[in-house]
Design a binder for this molecule. Structure first.
Ligand SMILES: CC(=O)[C@@H](O)[C@H](O)COP(=O)(O)O
Length: 269
């Protein structure tokens, strides 16, 4: 038997969103799974504490005759984050958030997404700004899906959004982080959490987001459409942790030329 040597690492500050603290920096969606049982197992394996649900597509009690997602994803255990997926106007998004607040007994944390078109599902930022303003005035805590434009991200923060969620790549594309430079700029300028939302394809994409200094990552398709969603959820959990640790550790500077791994000064012969 070998003695294990422990190397305690300094504590990281936890992720805090709208005054609530979370240990996990991975947020997950609930769409595209084979069935509710698989959804539950994958979310369990992901270690996520915040689970987002598309109010317009998911039964949260609107239809008492259909299976209710909340029977699998209990609001006692998870923070349910209603989202406005499928909304193309500010008006629809606001109406959807108000419906969610009714269905979830006054719950006011929402993920706002107002989409611009079917092909890319890029956010319509003009409508997003209008919806964010209305929702904040209405008492909602708004986590906002947005383009990776650093100036718009700052504007949403200044308006009072509680988290900024720039896309890594189009929703469901799995292309990974397309503009690391912009994500980095958004992170550097932000005083609220920045979470990459959408476009993650595999574990290394999630790690890259975290290495850029993001506070977390929200994903759905990469887990739900993996061959083995439960295993991928576990991989994503580890990837997020690895990326966070690497960010805190601080990467070595990149160099153009080699430098020997063992010193050549003072060699024996
Ligand atoms: C679930 C959800 O909120 C999506 O709108 C989100 O943007 C995830 O995108 P991916 O499916 O690309 O991870």
């Amino acid at each position: 038997m070998t003695d294990t040597i422990e190397h305690p690492l300094p504590e990281d500050r936890p992720l805090e969103i709208a005054g609530r603290v979370y240990r996990s920096r991975l947020l997950v969606g609930t769409g595209k799974y084979r069935d509710l049982a698989e959804t539950g197992r994958a979310i369990e394996a992901s270690g996520a504490e915040i689970v987002t649900v598309a109010v317009r597509r998911t039964n949260l009690g609107q239809n008492p005759d259909e299976p209710n997602l909340l029977d699998v994803i209990s609001p006692e255990r998870y923070t349910i984050l209603p989202n406005t997926a499928g909304c193309f106007t500010a008006k629809d998004a606001v109406r959807t958030c108000r419906l969610a607040r009714e269905l979830l007994d006054g719950h006011d944390l929402v993920k706002l997404e107002v989409l611009g078109e079917e092909k890319t599902l890029y956010p319509n930022m003009t409508e997003t700004l209008v919806a964010a303003e209305t929702l904040i005035r209405d008492g909602f805590k708004v986590m906002v899906y947005c383009s990776d434009d650093p100036l718009l991200a700052k504007r949403l923060e200044d308006m009072g959004c509680v988290a900024i969620m720039p896309l890594g790549a189009p929703i469901g594309s799995g292309l990974g982080i397309q503009n690391r430079y912009n994500i980095r700029l958004i992170v550097e300028n932000a005083r609220v959490p920045v979470l990459v939302d959408a476009g993650v394809g595999t574990a290394s994409d999630a790690t890259i987001a975290m290495e850029l200094g993001c506070d977390g990552v929200l994903m759905n398709t990469a887990i739900a459409q993996a061959r083995d969603p439960v295993r991928m959820a576990d991989a994503m959990r580890l990837a997020i942790e690895a990326g966070r640790q690497a960010y805190l550790a601080g990467r070595m500077p990149k160099k153009r030329y080699a430098s020997a791994s063992s010193p050549i000064d003072g060699t024996f012969f």
